[in-house]
Every structure is written in C-alpha cells, then in structure tokens.
Design a protein around this ligand. Structure first.
Ligand code: MFK
Length: 554
C-alpha cells in the first residue's frame, strides 16, 4: 500500500494552550477564572473541532456581490460564507464584543473578552474584522457622549441576541489613502431644517460591508482641509425597508488574503448621516475606534501564531523523514522553538495592553497607566503584526511542500497574516504614531517604568538574569539614540521603526521573563531565553540617511 501522510489535527484550543492557562491563572482573580473556564473550554473545543472542520471544507467559498436583481433594481446584496453566518451567531451568544461592556467582570472584562476571542479567532475566517470594528464603534460612541446615538446603537452593538446584534463598519480609507486620512474628499452637505447631513464621496477600502451601521468621516461644506476639517458621522447602511441608504457597492476587492471578508469600494451618493461629536476634529474623534481595532489586530496576530504553531507541532509528531519524526530532529525542534518564543513574547505584550484597557475602561487606571496605554497600543500592534508574518511563513516551511499547497489550508494562514502589518495603520505609520505618543509628556518614562516593573519580577526567576540584562542594554540604547537624534526630526523619523520595535521587543522579553518567574514555568523561561537570543535591540547606533537615500533610489 502506498504511503499516505496523516494530516495535522487540532485538539481543544483552550486545554492545549499552556501559556494561556498560566496567564489566566495569574492575571484573573480565581472567581473570575472559575466563572469563565467552561466557556473558554467550550470555545476551545469548537475552535479545534467543528469550526476548524467547517473552515477547511469551506475553503473556496468567498463572498459574492449581487448588484442588480432580475428586473433591473439595484440591490447590492453580499452573500457571505456559511462559516461567517455561523460566526455571527456565535459572536453574539458568547459575547465576543458584549463581554467587554458588561459590568460582570469589572476591570477584568477585557482580559476575559479577548481570551474568548483569542481562542476562537483563528477558526472564524477573520470574522474578527467586523467584530473589531463593532467593538471600536461601541467604544467611540460611548466616548463621544452623544446620548441619542449611544441609546440607539450601543445596545445593538453589544447585544448577545443574534437576531438583535449589529456589527459596524469603519469607513475611512479613500482613493487618497488609508494612512493620511486627513486628505479625505467626502463632502458632507447639511440637510435643510435637520441635524443630519448627506455624504458624497468614494470609500475605497471598507471592510465587512455587510454591517448594519458604520462610522465614517466627511468634510462639512465650508470646513478647512486636513483631519481637523473632517467630522465623524454615524450612518445606517439600509433603511427600514432594506433599501440602501443612498450608497452603492461598486465592487469587492480582490485581495491577497482575508478573502472571506467582503471588503468593498463604496459610492456615497447622498448617504444620510448624523454627526457624532461636533462638526470638526473627525480624525481625533475616531481615534478610540483605531485604538480598539489595533488591539484586535494584535489578538489576530497572536491567535494566528498560535494556530500556526499548533498545526506545526502536531505535524512534527506525525511526520517521519530520514528515519525519525520531525519532532525528534534537532534542527526542526530548534525551528519550532524559535517560532514559539516569538509567539509567547507577542502574547504577553498583547495581554498587557488588554489589561490596561480593562483598567482604563473600569475607571481604575492610574494616570501613568493611561499614558502607557497610549504609547503601548501602536507598539503592540506593529511588533506583533510583523511577528505574525514571520511565524506564519516559518510554519508553512515546516510543512515542506504541503505548506505551499492550497487544499491543506496552510497558505491561507500566511495570506491572512500579511494583512496584520498593513491595515489599521502600517508599521511605519504606527512607528510615527509612537513618536506622536512619545511627544506627550512622560510617555517614555511610563514605558520605562513598566519595563522596570516587569524586570523586578523577572529578577526572582531562575536562569533569567541574561534576559534582564538584554532588556536593560536595549532600553538604554533606545534612550541614548533618542536623545542623540532629538532635534533632528528627519533622523528621528527615519529611525522610528527601529526604535518602536526595540521598545516592543524589549517589553515582550521583560514581560515574558516576569511571567516565567511568577508562574515558575520552565517553558516560559525557555521562551524568554530564546527570545533574548533572537535579539531585541534593533536601534542602530547612528542611522545614515545618506546611505538610506542611495539604497532606496537604487
Ligand atoms: C483583526 C483586526 C481587524 C481589524 C479590522 C479593521 C478593518 C478596517 C480596515 C481599515 O479601515 S484600514 C485603515 C486604517 N487606517 C488607519 O488606521 C489610519 C492610519 N493613519 C493614522 O493613524 C494617522 O496617524 C492619522 C490618520 C491619525 C494621522 O492623521 P492626522 O490628521 O495627521 O492626525 P494628527 O493631526 O496627528 O492627529 C489628530 C489628533 O488625533 C491629535 O490630537 P489633538 O487634535 O488633540 O492634537 C492626535 O494626538 C490624535 N491622535 C492621532 N492618533 C491617535 C490620536 N489620539 C489617540 N490615539 C491615536 N492613535
């Protein structure tokens, strides 16, 4: 009988995740962990079982846009995949958004919410995209203080009833770009005798266009240029009769990955919209949305890495080459170890940001913690996004040729990872955002204190002294570089990515070493030592912009 290779499999994605169990055991009060454990385990079972099977079987099913009905009516209906329809029900029932807004778990609500999402995310074909925007919309509306919109929309966005729950879009990107949002061309024209406006323009990259509502930006007539001249608007996609709110879906985007997400180009043709918060400062007013979706991005990154590792580890135990299982071959083991170290570092920094959001929303965060969170959010997003691509790519290689073959389901993991450093602000845009946050008084000090806090815990652990030293050296170099470059705006900008990544990787290592010391986990200690050897210091002693210009121009 000819040889047939056994396929890789997944077990319960909660039970099999040692780091998650250790983390929740130390981060959550025992009664909160006890109250949520069954649900976490249930989602872990679904993620490794039914949902994963559906995902594999559903591989070729992509969203379909129907613009016209048989009689010539413009309908613009998007049909999503069966797994997406299942995900919508599951998201409501398990409170994948709602948990964050319910009072039950107090300052730990975000940890619980994002633990639920982390477990199930990689099996939902990026349904996290509409959920992220829904969460961001709820946060933005609540922060706006607009009572009418809060009462009207937030109960829908945070509902646990699948029939009642809405998702929200975030329509920002235009043909002028997704980074420099202040260039937006959408015009907002006041409706005579009403508080409402009609929006005219093109939104060029609107993810999850099947949502019931959206937050978007438009420029009220007469306003000046830039982000300050834009206003933040709330709109509903269809009217009570199901007709489009004077908007048309021009086409779906043909993307490298996230192919289950119905990302579209939209034409706003007089779309009725309500200002959320004044008639200017739209960019500033939408930033709560950005900060929430950036956190979801990091959750997507760590969930993707976890999935890549789970499949690679399982396969290594089944696959025999050169007379031995891959799991017994030193170089393969070394490769898996490198992936695991990156994934564990990414996990601890992401959940540290999640803890701070929870504390901030519960009103118990200190000023220092709020300052830290502002700077940590872009750093976490940019650091984990890059790691997710590296780990996914390595995972495909760990399968040899099978990793390059579509019906294994593996190439999708890499394609879906590649969006993570792009959307919600590219690595460079977020590096510049880190500088923007840094300009706020005290944010580097807040960051350094956070690192020192973690190192103080790590110092108690066995065999972690080298990690502590690696972090201290990298942080000192980062500060030294910043003070040398300060005053030279172009030099600071040119080095912003290296600087932000150094901070991100240093804090990952400090938190991972602290986690290892606290939990006495030999695996976490090994992950910390390995991460230290990968290197956390990316800051060059000096950045030669002349060389960079020569190389960039070719
Ligand atoms: C799994 C995950 C799923 C995620 C799904 C999401 C799908 C959606 C897909 C997309 O929509 S992708 C497109 C996403 N686009 C972005 O994320 C925008 C990227 N660009 C930026 O972030 C730019 O930095 C920015 C647009 C904000 C720059 O615009 P401006 O007009 O040059 O902003 P400016 O003047 O620097 O800042 C305006 C105000 O906002 C300032 O406050 P003040 O008015 O008080 O001075 C800033 O401090 C503040 N601000 C900017 N960024 C902030 C912020 N405040 C808090 N947090 C931030 N992140």
């Amino acid at each position: 009988m000819a040889f047939i290779q056994e396929a890789p499999g997944l077990g319960n994605q909660f039970d099999e995740d040692a780091l998650l169990g250790e983390y929740l055991g130390r981060a959550l009060p025992a009664p909160v962990f006890a109250a949520t454990r069954d649900e976490l385990r249930h989602l872990g079972e679904l993620a490794g079982g039914k949902l994963y099977r559906m995902q594999q079987e559903d591989r070729l099913n992509e969203p379909v846009l129907t613009q016209w009905d048989a009689w010539g009516n413009r309908v613009d209906v998007i049909e999503v995949s069966p797994l997406w329809r299942e995900a919508a029900v599951l998201a409501a029932q398990h409170g994948l958004v709602a948990t964050a807004y319910e009072k039950q778990h107090g300052e730990f609500a975000r940890v619980v919410q994002f633990a639920l999402n982390y477990i199930v995310d990689a099996s939902l074909d990026v349904y996290s995209c509409p959920l992220a925007m829904t969460d961001g919309a709820a946060r933005t509306l609540l922060d706006s203080g607009n009572r009418a919109l809060i009462e009207h929309a937030v109960p829908r966005l945070t509902s646990r009833d699948p029939a009642r729950m809405w998702t929200s879009g975030q329509w920002m990107t235009e043909r002028t770009g997704g980074s420099d949002v202040g260039l937006s061309e959408t015009v907002a024209r006041k409706v005579e005798g009403s508080e409402q406006f009609r929006l005219f323009g093109t939104k060029w990259f609107t993810s999850a266009t099947t949502s019931q509502m959206a937050l978007t930006l438009g420029r009220p007539e007469g306003n000046g240029p830039g982000g300050r001249g834009l206003a933040l608007f709330y709109l509903e996609v269809r009217d009570a009769d199901g007709r489009m709110n004077s908007l048309a879906i021009n086409r779906l985007k043909d993307k490298l990955g996230t192919r289950k997400v119905p990302t579209a180009e939209l034409e706003l043709q007089g779309t009725l919209a309500t200002p959320v918060l004044g008639l200017g400062d739209g960019v500033r007013n939408i930033t709560p949305m950005l900060n929430v979706t950036r956190t979801w991005n990091a959750i997507g990154a760590i969930a993707g890495m976890r999935r890549a590792l789970a499949l690679s580890r399982d396969y290594a135990r089944r696959r025999v080459q050169f007379g031995h299982k891959l799991s017994e071959q030193p170089l393969h083991v070394d490769t898996l170890a490198g992936m695991a170290a990156e994934a564990e570092g990414a996990f601890v920094i992401t959940f540290r940001a999640v803890e701070l959001i929870g504390r901030s929303e519960a009103g118990v965060a200190t000023d220092l913690e709020r300052t830290l969170l502002r700077m940590l959010t872009p750093i976490v997003k940019l650091t984990t996004g890059k790691q997710a691509v590296v780990v996914a790519s390595e995972a495909l290689e760990a399968f040899g040729g099978a990793g390059y073959v579509e019906d294994t389901g593996l190439p999708r993991i890499l394609r879906d990872a590649q969006v993570l450093p792009i959307w919600e602000g590219t690595t460079n845009v977020l590096s510049l955002d880190t500088l923007r946050a840094l300009a706020r008084e005290g944010s580097l000090e807040a960051f350094e204190r956070e690192v020192e806090r973690a190192l103080a815990t790590a110092a108690d652990g066995d065999g972690l002294g080298g990690c502590v030293q690696t972090v201290r050296t990298a942080m000192a170099r980062a500060r030294e570089w910043l003070s040398e470059a300060s005053g030279e705006t172009m030099t600071v900008e040119a080095g912003a990515r290296r600087f932000a990544m150094t901070l991100g990787r240093s804090l990952e290592l400090a938190l991972l070493a602290a986690h290892a010391a606290q939990t006495r986990s030999p695996r976490a200690a090994a992950a910390a030592r390995r991460l230290a050897r990968h290197g956390v210091d990316l800051v060059g002693a000096s950045v030669d912009r002349g060389d960079a210009a020569l190389l960039a121009d070719g």
